[in-house]
Design a protein around this ligand. Sequence first.
Ligand SMILES: [Zn+2]
Length: 479
Amino acid sequence: MKKVLSVLGLGLLFVLSVVIIKTVTNKPLSNLKEVQLEALPQNAIAHMSAAIQLRTETPNDDYQFDTATFMSYRKFIETAYPLIHQNLPRTIVDSFNYIYEWKGTDTSILPMVLMAHYDVVPVEASAIKLWHAKPYGGEVKENYIWGRGVLDDKSSMISILEAAEAQLAKGFKPKQTILLCFGADEESSGRGATAVVKYFKSQNRKFDLVVDEGGEISTEDNKSIKAPIASIGVGEKGYVTLVLTAQKAGGHSSIPATTTAIDILSNAIAKVSQNPMPTKLTPPIEAYLNSISAYNENFFEKMALSNLWLFKSSVVNNLSKQPTTNALIRTTLVPTVFNSGVRDNVIPTFATAYINSRILPGQSSKDVYDYVQKIINDTSIKITYYKNYMTEPSPTTDVNSKYYKRVEKAVRSVVKDVVVAPMLMVGATDSRNYREVSDGVVNFSPLTDAKGYHGIDERMQISDLQKCFNFYTLLIKGE
Ligand SMILES: [Zn+2]
């Protein structure tokens, strides 16, 4: 017995030593060699402001562009960036999507793509009075540039153009061919990006790094980490909606049957809510936890994050407690629509509900369907796919790849003491199409605690315009 106890004690001591050693040796990344950052070009702020004043609202469902405005925007780009217009051949795809090609000196390297979209979501008429600036005024005040689209996503487009124009002015010739791709309908159909990628495929083109909007920098809510965190999107969750329909003979509400269509469906919805899909730590999120672990200032949290081999289940359990982190480790299911009944004294024959799901990489819409069917376990409920918009989770970009490392380096060169970590995106962007032609799609632009996306008071810090400009400049220069 004594022997067993001492073996157990030794084992425990060994585990404890490994845990402590892994915790204390988990050190932040060493500093990078400082690079010289360039000053923001003189006209950059005025260009940003002018871009906002052109109301390039996203075309509606039947793809009706406000042609005059989109043409004015084209003219504006041609005039504001004369060197790009003169030197980089432009291809126009599907009316208003642009590809500018900057030939590199070494054509054996696959080209890099810097992309953005310039359509914007409309401003809600009833909310205009809540704005602190004119939504399309392009006002510059209190160290911000204000207006619809300044963050999403004209900040990226203007910064990319400023960076390219400035390098052309200096006579810079890139080694790697660089494509600047700008989309006109990301906020609606995304048809433009699909057409552009189809065009690339028809030419058998493949790409190296592709950088699009998505991940950003956060300095808020990082409880145990004091440094800003830059989240680089490396994959997108999928999207599917299931339609659940219950049918039961209705009739007069004065003589009800024991169960109604509403009862059957409510019961099913309750089962789904009470039985979330199991948690799963996917490679991007495991890499995210690894990346931030060294910077955690709470010893016990750092210990758990540095030893996922031992503490994985408690870490995952903790993540599942907050909606934002829960969404990273689970395929989520949530009822979003519930319809039934026409009159207060009529028992309805049908009840219908929608369950919206965001799917983790490695799972599929079919997995979601099968899971919901199993949990409900009621053959009287018909389950179908809501086809309007459905997309499977994207493949993910490897965080050890040269693509990710290149963006990580650029971010760390532009933002002091930043923690860079991969992230799974819960929304969809134009760049998902590019995964067919590149293994290196990442989503990032160095906006900090950005506010007002699709809502009121959309605004960009002027210091962020500087950061975006520097970020794209480093990528263009290949530094
Ligand atoms: Zn966007």
